[in-house]
Every structure is written in structure tokens, then in C-alpha cells.
Design a protein around this ligand. Structure first.
Ligand code: PHE
Length: 359
């Protein structure tokens, strides 16, 4: 009996030491200490022995059982530790790596300025209207009192597109003024709208780019006059620049679609690579404006005997240059990340009149 026990114990201890995983270990436990295991069966057979031998064999079997159980427990502990180590190794995180960089995107100064302009004018009662970038000749020129042979057409340095079969050449709109006509045709007066958007002219220098941005303004009512126009523009400029002594110059001018017409300049200086607003001898033209020409009202389906109004077109990019002191307009559209990081705005700084515009 003792020999058999010793053999079982030795064989089982070898098997336990060699068990490669928990399942293998369990199989050994079942084969020895389980209900039909070798040690269990020997214990069941004790009853057939005489008392003396039974006591002896009983003690030996109990000792064997204890030895095997503790060997199994120890091996189980080892195997579990190995499994955990393997897991930790596989899911290892290098905590010395640098943290993930913060998102680098910024809001472009044109977007920021557009949002600020809309916020100010919306507070003055304007709603936003839109029109297409690719325009019919009629909306961009004809309806705005610039017939085919009109000399002002040449000054626009227009980008033309290929004509549809038999039709006129579409144009990339040279200003946002065609939205005036489109809006009047769809909406009866009174009207108070602004139309921000892209505009295109074949031109490029410090203050011109082939694509630029304007906000059109149109107010039509029964008794609108130049005083309203000047007051509206001054209030806008003061709100936009956040000061009430911005040097402004109202210059008599000419546009085919307004009469009388005036252009507005803001006082500034370019010296070296610095742009400063409100000092020096320089002026930057930022908008054109005037009283809407009766023929333009008529082309928009509005009776010029009953209604009158004013219109203006602001250059967004130039206002952004002045406000944020950016000396060269061409940098706006170079997509240079260093420029964007330097001049861009934090994405959550949405300008509002109550929360604050950009200081
Ligand atoms: N459309 C003109 C331009 O782009 C600006 C303007 C708009 C002038 C409305 C008068 C009225 O230069």
C-alpha cells in the first residue's frame, strides 16, 4: 500500500510541476483527489483492511492528499502569476511617452472676422441671405445697371467660365451685390439683409487676392436716406474695432448700382512690416456704399416710387487685416501652418456681442 501511495504521489508531483496551464493542473487534481481519483479510490478501500493497517494506510493517504493539494495550490498560484505577467507584458503602456498633443487647428481670421461682422449686424436687425459663387452675367452686372458695354465692367477683372451651349458666359461673382437682386426678387420690402461670401477678381498684391470676401448689406424701406447709411456704417465700424474714434473717411464715389455713392476708408499706417490702425497718413478702403439706384430696385421687382434704400459692400479680409494687424493679405490664402497658428483663433472663442468680440 505504502509503495503504491508513494508512486502515485511522486508521479503526480512530477505531473503537477510540469502542468503548463490551469486546465492541465485541474485534470491532475481530478485524476488523484477527484471523486474517482486514485487517492480517493484507495481511501474508499481502507474499509477492507484490518484496523492496524487501516490506521497506517489512512495516515499515509491523508498525508499524500495534503501534499498533493498543497502542490496543486502552489502550482496554480505560479500559473496565475505567469498568466498575469504575460498579460501585463502584452498590454504594456510606456508612461514615459509624451502626452498626445493638443488639437492644433485654429479658426481662420476671415472666419473669425465674418462671425464678428455677422454678430454686430444681426444685432442691428439684419438677417443673413446667400447667393451662388457662380453667377449669371445678368445678376452680377446687368441687373446692377451695368449693361454689356458699360465701362465699369472692365474694372472688375472678371473670371469668366465657359458658356453653356448657346448661352452667356457664367462669371465667378466679382462682388456680393448680385445677392441684392436675388433677394429682392424673392422677398417683398421692407428688407434688411446682409450677404457674406466669397468674391473673385483677377488681382494680386499686398491688399488684393484673386479670391476675397465681402459682406453685402441691403436696407429697403419707405423713407431710408443717407443719414441712415452713415449712421449704420459708423456704428458698425465702432463696434467692430471696439473703439469710438476710429478714423473714417467718407469719400464721394461712383458705382453704377448706387446714387449717390461713397466709399469708406479707415485710417492706418503701413510701416515696414507693421500695420497700425488709427495713426499715420495711410487710408485703407474697406467698403463701398450708396443709395440703391432706382433702376436696380426695378430690376429686383421693387417699385422705386414707393421704396428706397441703401446698400454697402464690406471687404472682410481687409477689415481682418486692420483689426488683427496682419500686414499682407496674400498670407491669408497660403495655407501655411505657421501663419495659421500665429494668426488663427481658438476654436471655442466664438464671437458674440454678449460674450465679447475679439479684443
Ligand atoms: N459691389 C461694390 C464693390 O464690390 C461695393 C458696393 C456694394 C458698393 C453696395 C455700393 C453698394 O466694390
Amino acid at each position: 500500500m505504502d509503495d503504491r501511495i508513494t508512486t502515485i504521489v511522486n508521479d503526480s508531483l512530477d505531473a503537477i510541476a510540469g502542468a503548463g496551464d490551469i486546465a492541465g493542473l485541474d485534470a491532475i487534481r481530478v485524476a488523484t483527489l477527484g471523486r474517482k481519483g486514485s487517492i480517493t479510490l484507495l481511501m474508499k478501500g481502507l474499509g477492507t483492511l484490518d484496523p492496524q493497517a487501516r490506521r497506517q494506510a489512512g495516515q499515509a493517504l491523508n498525508a499524500a492528499k495534503d501534499d498533493l493539494q498543497s502542490a496543486i495550490d502552489r502550482r496554480r498560484g505560479e500559473l496565475e502569476r505567469q498568466r498575469l505577467d504575460a498579460l501585463l507584458e502584452a498590454e504594456r503602456i510606456d508612461v514615459t511617452l509624451p502626452e498626445r498633443p493638443a488639437p492644433g487647428g485654429t479658426v481662420h481670421p476671415v472666419s473669425q472676422a465674418t462671425d464678428e461682422i455677422i454678430a454686430i449686424l444681426a444685432d442691428m436687425g439684419f438677417t443673413v441671405a446667400e447667393g451662388p459663387d457662380i453667377e449669371d452675367d445678368w445678376f452680377n452686372f446687368g441687373a446692377l445697371n451695368m449693361p454689356e458695354e458699360h465701362p465699369a465692367r472692365q474694372e472688375h477683372d472678371t473670371f469668366y467660365l465657359l458658356p453653356a451651349a448657346g448661352g452667356a458666359r457664367p462669371v465667378l461673382r466679382t462682388h456680393t451685390s448680385p445677392v441684392q437682386i436675388r433677394h429682392m426678387l424673392d422677398n417683398p420690402p421692407p428688407i434688411r439683409i446682409i450677404a457674406p461670401g466669397r468674391t473673385y477678381r483677377s488681382d494680386s498684391d499686398l491688399t488684393h487676392t484673386p479670391m476675397f470676401h465681402q459682406v453685402e448689406g441691403l436696407v429697403i424701406d419707405r423713407d431710408i436716406h443717407m443719414g441712415h447709411l452713415k449712421g449704420c456704417l459708423r456704428q458698425f465700424v465702432e463696434a467692430f474695432f471696439g473703439v469710438d474714434d476710429v478714423p473714417m473717411r467718407f469719400r464721394p464715389s461712383y458705382f453704377p448700382f448706387t446714387s449717390p455713392s461713397m466709399e469708406v476708408d479707415i485710417g492706418c499706417s503701413f510701416s515696414g512690416n507693421r500695420l497700425t490702425i488709427g495713426e499715420g497718413e495711410g487710408w485703407m478702403e474697406v467698403l463701398g456704399s450708396g443709395m440703391v439706384h432706382p433702376r436696380v430696385l426695378a430690376n429686383g421687382g421693387v417699385d422705386p416710387e414707393a421704396w428706397q434704400g441703401f446698400a454697402f459692400g464690406l471687404g472682410i479680409d481687409r477689415l481682418a487685416m486692420l483689426k488683427y494687424a496682419i500686414p499682407d493679405l496674400r498670407g491669408f490664402f497660403d495655407a501655411d501652418l505657421r501663419w495659421l497658428r500665429h494668426y488663427g483663433f481658438r476654436p471655442l472663442d466664438v464671437p458674440t456681442l454678449y460674450g465679447g468680440l475679439t479684443p
